[in-house]
Design a protein around this ligand. Structure first.
Ligand SMILES: Nc1nc2c(ncn2[C@@H]2O[C@H](COP(=O)(O)OP(=O)(O)OP(=O)(O)O)[C@@H](O)[C@H]2O)c(=O)[nH]1
Ligand SMILES: [Mg+2]
Length: 534
């Protein structure tokens, strides 16, 4: 292990921002970049004409709808740390992308809306974090609006997520009466001033709680309540136990308002302190230490056409061990082929620069390698192969028609490339000569994105025809020749996936239950049988 490798690992932080839709992830990402100085670092970003543009929501569709449909990577240097920040989409229909990002990070920032607390999607994403034991830092956003009591929010995290909390700071009042934040760890008051409206650092003035200036700034009723909350938390005796945070059992909680730049500096500093450096990754049951000299990485995301000037396909690698230098020759574990990584990029939203060097924890973009698939391991030594990233079972289906035969070539090229991004899956009906592509996705919105991208990126209009199925099950390899499967099935159809594995698609849960009752001898799986390794 070289000293440089050890030092570079120690200063890397790789984090995902996760939450229910609309809690403010993209806004917070933007503000973390602002406070981290990245907006100045990234040349192209500084020159942005439209003040509403964010670095991470760059797809035209995201700007139009104000929601994130795809995750985005941003890297910046701050206080000697090299930070890889990944903004994720909150909407359930795009959760497969978010899930893969969670496979590629070492910590997560969980954003909650102060008025809503824990929501459905927060709960689901948290479960993924828990299963991987990732440390979680909580940011309770939108304190400038009327919200729940801070104690109630902390209690919700503890009871609904089973995660212990430590309130690093507390909001003072809420909504129109939001006056600032009490930094409990630093025993300081940060006053909120409703003026800057966004893009500049909010002014911060600091004083102790019994400072006369505080009494002047904070209305009496609010101050009394704040002292009481603070005392109750003191009495509860939770501490910032670093080990419990690292194990994902305790979360430090920060309050603030991302859109007003408020509480962001405290979060950023807390984030450096509490997030984990690159962690070992599992490869067939054996963890690979990041400080191991051998270079290894895996592909967790593919996206085509990010740069309209190049129209190429970017594969995102998470570096797991060793050091990367451009032109490194590596082995693609799935095929055994050796490839040279020459077109490598450091990615910032949709912008990119040549990536000459990278270390464990870093996210690296690779172009010009059509062979790469999601889940692939790249390594200098044959003995490392990272565990597969399981796919989600689609829950809605459409036949996707090419609307204009003149654009048939573009339609098929576009569909082929979008399928490689693995946010949709193609299925092939059996016992039918239906040639129209049958496409499955986790949610309906994904089809809108596909159709939009087919048109805007490939110039091919498409038309959707809804198919009735809502549940996908893979047939156990031992049962594929069962005679029942070649006959008529009530409320179900037999198809093959893109790897030729037979599946059943069911219309309703009732149809699935019925099938299971009648054919207990045909085992069905929620994920393709060989990917059942989670
Ligand atoms: N009042 C208030 N609004 C906020 C704050 N932070 C974000 N918002 C607003 O909340 C809305 C959603 O913000 P986004 O940052 O796009 O939310 P998101 O979590 O990225 O949403 P998805 O990516 O679609 O899941 C926007 O209209 C923001 O302007 C805040 O601190 N206070
Ligand atoms: Mg977003």
């Amino acid at each position: 292990m070289t000293k440089q490798l050890q030092q570079e690992c120690a200063r890397r932080r790789t984090l995902a921002i996760i939450s229910h839709p609309d809690a403010g992830k993209t806004t917070l990402t933007e503000k973390l970049l602002l406070y981290g100085g990245a907006k100045e670092q990234a040349g192209g970003v500084r020159a942005r004409k439209n003040a509403q543009d964010t670095s991470s929501d760059w797809l035209e569709l995201e700007k139009q709808r104000g929601i994130s449909v795809s995750s985005s990577v941003m890297r910046f240097e701050y206080e000697g740390y090299s930070i890889n920040l990944l903004d994720t989409p909150g909407h359930r229909d795009f959760s497969e992308d978010t899930y893969r990002v969670l496979m590629a990070v070492d910590s997560a920032i969980m954003v909650l809306d102060a008025a809503k607390g824990i929501e459905d999607q927060t709960l689901k994403l948290f479960e993924v974090c828990r299963s991987r034991g990732i440390p979680i830092i909580t940011f309770i956003n939108k304190c400038d609006r009327p919200g729940k009591d801070p104690l109630e929010l902390l209690d919700e995290i503890e009871t609904r997520l089973g995660l212990k909390t430590f309130a690093a700071n507390l909001p003072i009042g809420d909504g129109a009466e939001f006056v600032g934040i009490l930094d409990r760890a630093g025993a300081a008051l940060h006053r909120f001033e409703r003026a800057s409206g966004g893009r500049y650092r909010a002014p911060v003035s600091i004083g102790g709680l019994d400072d006369p200036a505080v009494r002047e700034a904070v209305p009496e009723g609010i101050l009394a309540q704040l002292s009481e909350t603070d005392e109750l938390l003191e009495a509860a005796g939770s501490t910032l136990d670093a080990e419990a945070i690292a194990q994902g059992k305790l979360t430090p909680v920060f309050f603030g308002s991302a859109i007003n730049n408020f509480g962001v500096q405290l979060l950023l500093d807390g984030m450096l302190h509490h997030s984990a450096p690159p962690q070992p990754r599992r490869a067939g049951g054996t963890p690979v230490e990041p400080e191991r000299d051998t270079f290894s990485a895996f592909v967790f995301k593919i996206q085509a056409n990010m740069d309209p000037n190049h129209r190429d396909r970017l594969a995102f690698l998470r570096i797991c061990s060793g050091c990367f230098h451009r032109d490194l020759r590596v082995r693609l574990a799935r095929t055994g082929k050796t490839i040279r990584l020459s077109h490598t990029h450091q990615v910032f939203g949709r912008e990119r620069e040549t990536g000459e060097e990278a270390w464990p924890g870093d996210i690296l973009g690779v172009t010009g390698q059509a062979d790469l698939e999601i889940g692939d391991t790249l390594t200098e030594h044959a003995d490392i192969r990272y565990d597969a990233i399981p796919r989600f079972a689609p829950e809605c289906f459409v036949y996707l028609h090419n609307a204009d035969t003149r654009t048939s070539k573009r339609f098929h090229k576009g569909l082929h490339q979008l399928l490689q991004e693995k946010v949709i899956q193609r299925f092939y009906p059996m016992h039918s000569d239906q040639r129209i592509p049958l496409i499955g996705a986790i949610g309906q919105l994904q089809f809108d994105v596909v159709r939009y991208r087919l048109e805007s990126e490939y110039g091919a209009e498409s038309r959707m025809e809804t198919a009735p199925w809502t549940i996908t099950r893979w047939i156990d390899p031992a049962a594929v020749d069962h005679p029942v499967l070649s006959g008529y099935l009530s409320g179900a159809t037999r198809v093959k996936d893109d790897a030729d594995r037979p599946c059943l698609l069911f219309e309703t849960q009732w149809n699935l239950d019925y099938f299971n009752r009648e054919h207990a001898d045909i085992p069905l799986h929620r994920t393709p049988p060989e990917a059942d390794n989670t």
